[in-house]
Design a binder for this molecule. Structure first.
Ligand code: UDP
Length: 328
């Protein structure tokens, strides 16, 4: 029996697929390679195609004995979603609808779904609990919230069980340095900082220093990508063993401002990191920090790489040895 990893050539998907393989699982990866990288997919059966293409997806389900799905496939940039909301609704919702259709048809009983802290919008409490208000401030978060609700109704109607994982800020790279983060264009803070440290960009633009935070820059909860991968595997195994559906935050419960992340990266790399202050990025809440107590309690999850320095060190190992990402 195989685990279908949708979006398994992307950043978090490829790290999870690699951990699944290490755990002895048979893994089938599907990816349209719009953002993902074929080189990031290790010992897995690979299908190049789009989840919005139902005929393609049918061939994946008919050619493999799939017992579970982990779905990472989505457009996931807050800024881009503000200017292209319809693309986000189309890509994100249709992909999951097709996946669920095929799961229903082929009687695949469980799905682990990638959601996001962006479902909360401006938080009412810090740290954020799963039961807190969900009011996204951008279309990306809206699409993920819509899918979370879709999963709830599909469980009632078709019995498909789910674990929804709301990630905070995924960061870092596989500890052996074999795979890491590579987006084009890069929009995420830590890779951008490390590109500046490598001299590949002139400066890091800090998107606003007038937020209501101690140093005026946005605060985020950075979580190592392998810790995220571990949580997916625990959630998947829990569902397979009969646990009920659930929604879980995944973060380290500690927030760092953009300036603090830059300072830590200076220390880790030993390089200068020039900065310039620019305008706020639309759709960015000031502070996002998770309570992940529920994941710890119910999934038995314990992050292994939970300090910012270790996270940045692993990212630096990847970026400094692959300055052009997978193309290098
Ligand atoms: N950020 C920034 N400059 C950049 C990229 C990001 O100041 O070049 C900030 C951004 O406003 C946010 C934080 O860094 O507060 C993390 O952004 P990222 O895009 O990495 O992740 P997101 O929070 O959007 O998931």
């Amino acid at each position: 029996m195989a685990v279908l990893v949708a979006g398994g050539a992307g950043y978090i998907g490829s790290h999870t697929a690699a951990e699944l393989v290490d755990n002895g699982e048979e893994v089938v990866v599907v990816d349209n390679l719009v953002k993902g990288h074929r080189e990031a997919v290790g010992e897995c059966r690979f299908y190049h195609g789009d989840l919005t293409d139902i005929c393609f997806l049918d061939s994946v389900f008919s050619e493999n004995k799939i017992d579970s799905v982990i779905d990472f496939a989505a457009s996931s940039l807050v800024g881009e979603s503000m200017s292209k909301p319809l693309d986000y609704y189309k890509n994100n919702l249709i992909s999951v609808m097709n996946l669920l259709d095929k799961m229903k048809e082929y009687e695949v009983p469980v799905i682990v779904f990638s959601s996001t802290a962006a479902v909360y919008g401006e938080p009412e409490n810090i740290p954020i609990l799963e039961t807190d208000r969900t009011e996204p401030t951008n279309p990306y978060g809206e699409t993920k919230l819509a899918i979370e609700k879709m999963l709830k109704w599909c469980e009632k109607a078709y019995g498909i069980k789910y674990a929804t994982l709301r990630y905070f800020n995924a960061a870092g790279a596989r500890i052996d340095g074999s795979i890491g983060e590579d987006h084009d264009p890069e929009s995420h803070l830590i890779p951008i900082i490390l590109q500046a440290a490598l001299g590949k960009r002139k400066a890091v633009q800090i998107y606003g220093d007038d937020y209501p935070t101690p140093d005026g820059t946005c605060i985020r909860d950075y979580i190592h990508v392998t810790d995220l991968a571990d949580a997916h595997i625990l959630a998947l195994n829990g569902l397979r063993e009969g646990s009920g559906s659930g929604v879980y935050n995944l973060g380290n419960g500690k927030g760092f401002s953009v300036k603090e992340v830059i300072d830590t990266a200076k220390k880790v790399t030993g390089h200068a990191i020039p900065v310039e202050i620019t305008q706020r990025r639309k759709g960015d809440p000031a502070v996002l920090v998770a309570s992940s107590e529920k994941a710890k309690r119910e999934l038995g999850w314990e992050p292994r790489y939970n300090d910012l320095e270790t996270i940045i060190e692993s990212a630096w190992r990847w970026h400094s040895t692959h300055p052009d990402g997978f193309a290098g």
